[in-house]
Design a protein around this ligand. Structure first.
Ligand code: UD1
Length: 347
């Protein structure tokens, strides 16, 4: 049996690592990894494969950056060629990036079976490229693996229940597996000499491409009551010219997954516009302030663990000051999502 994983951007490497580990237990399965090349910097891509021991890509399509149409179009052409050549039993797609939708379109039109890991997520904001990618990928995939009951309910509303499975969240599996490894492999002072700090990330187009929003976020970062470490995405780096911030903001290069886990575990709180980091903060019981106007991960909002603040400086600072949290509920599964997904694919 041949199972293809299509990856391209940072968050997908983590999800594919979980599925890859679960597939390793079945000698009759050959996993083939296609990397679209959407993320190509050493510290945005290769380091994840090395550290998470993901099977090295069998195909690297080298697509790189470009406009949405350019990036997705190039991927479509190259993925189709490779899939025709391999003729796999399943094509597994992860999350909501341009690599996800390109894989879904290329595979489904040549009648290959596709599985979408992290199905049913919705922000209801059609200006986000990720929202378009999710809706379309769910609509055309053969099997939909939902991380939460809320995602299952949203799929039901779109008439997609028949193909949907509640697997739990592969990113929860991942944190459980790699948390200890992160502490074994690195110590905090290899990454920073600060003992008390916030952790911040900003990369969403809605923030990076609107100077006023980016300025508000960095102004809030500048006024926090402790320094904030910001591993900066290359997209944001390009947009930072002209943005003012104080030396409370400690900008560093993007870090590897294990280093990120270690930073998270030691941070006071997290301020981010990332989807994945909101959940990882929740899993590690770190309060999160989300620099967006909505979230797909509504489960994290309960008990003050996560606040949606947009790019409003006053709101950001106000919510950072909240320090009362309720008991968490177990909304993201039992840490065996990867195994469940693979069992379903092998049926
Ligand atoms: C993508 C995903 C997003 C995901 C994010 C995680 C889409 C539409 N968005 O956003 O869902 O949360 O990845 O990081 O697929 N760049 C580099 N080096 C790299 C990668 C990117 O310099 O290794 C620069 C490029 O100039 C590019 C820009 O960053 O133009 C944005 O990269 P892109 O792949 O378009 O999307 P992300 O913002 O990373």
């Amino acid at each position: 049996m041949k199972i293809v994983s299509i990856v391209g951007a940072r968050p997908q490497f983590v999800k594919a690592a979980v599925i890859g580990k679960a597939l390793d237990k079945f000698s009759e399965v050959e996993e083939i990894v296609i990397h679209t090349g959407q993320h190509y910097d050493e510290n945005m891509s290769k380091i994840f494969f090395d550290e998470l021991q993901i099977k090295k890509p069998d195909y690297n399509l080298g697509v790189g950056s470009g406009s949405h149409a350019e990036q997705t179009g190039k991927m479509l052409i190259e993925i189709e060629k490779v899939l025709l050549d391999i003729s796999p039993d399943w094509v597994v797609l992860y999350g909501d990036t341009n690599s996800t939708i390109a894989g879904a379109l290329a595979a489904s039109k040549i009648h290959l079976k596709t599985a979408h890991v992290e199905a049913g997520l919705r922000s209801f904001n059609m200006r986000m490229p990720e929202e378009i990618n999710r809706i379309l990928t769910d609509r055309i995939s053969t099997k939909l693996f939902a991380p939460t009951q809320n995602a299952m309910d949203l799929l039901a509303k779109e008439g997609l229940s028949e193909h949907a499975y509640l697997s739990g969240d592969v990113m929860f599996d991942s944190i459980l597996f790699y948390e200890k490894l992160a502490e074994e492999k690195y110590s905090l002072n290899e990454i920073t000499d600060l003992n008390e700090f916030y952790l911040g990330t900003v990369h969403r187009a809605e923030n990076t491409d609107v100077p006023e929003r980016l300025q508000n976020i960095f102004s809030a970062f500048s006024e926090l009551d402790a320094p904030i470490i910001v591993p900066l995405h290359p997209r944001t780096k390009k947009m930072l010219q002209g943005i003012k911030y104080s030396d409370n903001v400690k900008i560093i290069e993007p870090v590897s997954y294990l280093k990120m886990v270690l930073l998270l575990k030691n941070a006071k709180k997290v301020l981010t516009d990332s989807g994945g980091l909101q959940k990882e903060a929740y899993f590690l019981k770190k309060p999160c302030i989300t620099l967006r106007d909505e979230t797909e991960w509504i489960e994290t909002l309960e008990g003050n663990w996560n606040f949606i603040v947009g790019a409003d400086k006053e709101k950001i600072l106000e919510r950072v000051a909240v320090n009362e949290f309720a008991e968490q509920t177990n909304a993201f599964g039992d840490g065996r999502a990867g195994e469940k997904i693979v069992a379903e694919l092998l049926k």
